[in-house]
Design a protein around this ligand. Structure first.
Ligand SMILES: *Cc1c(COP(=O)(O)O)cnc(C)c1O
Length: 416
């Protein structure tokens, strides 16, 4: 993490002096770039589009990549680099590249690693826009994607082809918190000469470091837990230097899906509290899940921390014994029409929870997936994905858990 030449993109830029065995909590607060000569203790925000060179010959060397320096904020900015170094340290990867949003991180990755005629195997349960991007946009350019069950490695194996380049997983999934076996998928990918990409948005590196389980590349929507307070959009790709710096930085330089320094600074400061937020919000998530499981108006609860979760043991092993802050539940009802009315009634009775489809915020959010995040699917597609009209998703925040129970009970108690 603190090795002196760990910066192929900009060899020579100084490192923060950290012990090589510094732990996650320390890296989250300290990794980045050394302070400027002014000695600021809080990281500086470099709002500048370009950087000045002492003379024309130096500029030429820097543009040619022969000398390390910051050049232009489309691909090099100190504040963005601090955030990238910090997240790479937390994920345990050699490198990280920041992008304007989570989706642009996936776009960058696909632009860099796929070409016409390539094949992708992807979980059916990944973020909806990821499916749209792969199928509609990359489909247009001759990339084919096969969708398989999140939790059945045999389906992934059966979908492999000689031209399969990427396996794309997200665990736990939204909103049903289905878990996939990262180690098993990494083995399948590598046997087939492909790479495993894991969208680590729901766990963040505070709970799960997919590279330790064999994943090759990590995707983040920094918009969620990494910022952690619902302020900015951000995305990141973490992985080996050979891919991030060798393949993706040149694409970024040409295509420009860059993260603004201001947004990078917000995420950089968010990372400092990632560990304690994830622990506290996951504790709230589990407490709400257990309480909902015992509520007479609730038919079923989905949370990896519950013993009733189909992949409970795998989730606990893979996520450091923590289920995460996202849970969903189905309200009891006679039919789909009543289910939707009842789910809406529970949502509308809340006074604390924010009715929004976002997650990863310190404010608890509540949403009806069938009519929001999954509203563009047909009813058949929704049912195949397990998104019924009675399903409600909650992403637990930092409010007191007893206040959140009262907030949810207001609507639920009226249903019994
Ligand atoms: C939100 C989200 C994304 C997309 O991120 P944006 O920052 O909104 O572009 C990708 N994957 C997952 C799992 C997400 O939750």
């Amino acid at each position: 993490m603190a090795d002196q030449d760990d910066t192929a993109r900009k060899p020579g830029l100084p490192r923060v002096d950290l012990p090589p065995d510094a732990r996650l909590e320390t890296l989250a607060v300290r990794e980045g770039l050394p302070a400027t000569p002014w000695g600021e203790n809080s990281e500086a925000l470099f709002l500048t589009s370009s950087f000045v060179h002492p003379d024309a010959a130096t500029a030429a060397r820097r543009f040619a990549g022969e000398e390390e320096a910051f050049v232009y904020s489309r691909f090099t900015n100190p504040t963005v680099m601090m955030m990238e170094r910090r997240l790479a340290a937390l994920e345990g990867t050699e490198a990280c590249l920041a992008t304007a949003s989570g989706m642009s991180a996936i776009l960058l990755l696909c632009m860099g690693l796929l070409k016409s005629g390539d094949h992708v195997v992807c979980s059916r349960s990944v973020f909806g826009s990821t499916i749209k991007l792969l199928s509609s946009e990359f489909g247009k350019f001759g990339v084919e994607t096969t969708y398989v069950s999140q939790s059945e490695p045999a389906e992934w194996r059966a979908a492999m082809r000689p031209n399969t380049r990427l396996l794309f997983a997200e665990t736990p999934s939204n909103p049903l918190t289905e878990v996939c076996d990262i180690q098993a998928l990494a083995d399948i990918a590598h046997e087939g000469g492909a790479l495993l990409v894991v969208d680590n948005c729901f766990c963040s590196p505070a709970l799960q470091q997919p590279v330790k389980l064999g994943a090759d590349l990590i995707i983040h929507s920094g918009t969620k837990y990494l910022d952690g307070q619902g302020r900015v959009l951000a995305g990141m790709v973490c992985g080996p230097k050979s891919i991030v710096e060798g393949v993706l930085v040149p694409v970024m330089r040409s295509a420009g899906m860059s993260l603004s320094p201001f947004n990078a600074w917000v995420v950089l400061k968010g990372l400092e509290t990632l560990g304690i937020r994830m622990a506290a919000q996951s504790a709230n998530g589990l407490a709400l899940a257990q309480w909902l499981e015992a509520h007479p108006a609730v038919e079923r609860v989905y949370h990896p921390g519950l013993a009733s979760h189909p992949q409970h043991a795998l989730a606990m092993a893979q996520q450091g014994g923590v289920g995460g802050a996202v849970l969903s539940f189905i309200v009891k009802s006679a039919d789909a029409v009543q289910a939707r009315e009842r789910a809406f009634a529970v949502i509308d009775a809340t006074r604390i929870c924010s009715i929004t489809a976002n997650l990863g915020d310190t404010k608890t959010t509540i949403t009806h997936p069938a009519s929001t995040s999954h509203g563009r699917l047909s009813e058949d597609q929704r049912l195949a994905a397990g998104i019924t009209q009675g399903l409600i998703r909650v992403a637990a925040g930092l409010e007191h858990v007893e206040d959140l129970k009262v907030d949810l009970a207001r609507g639920l108690d009226r249903l019994v």
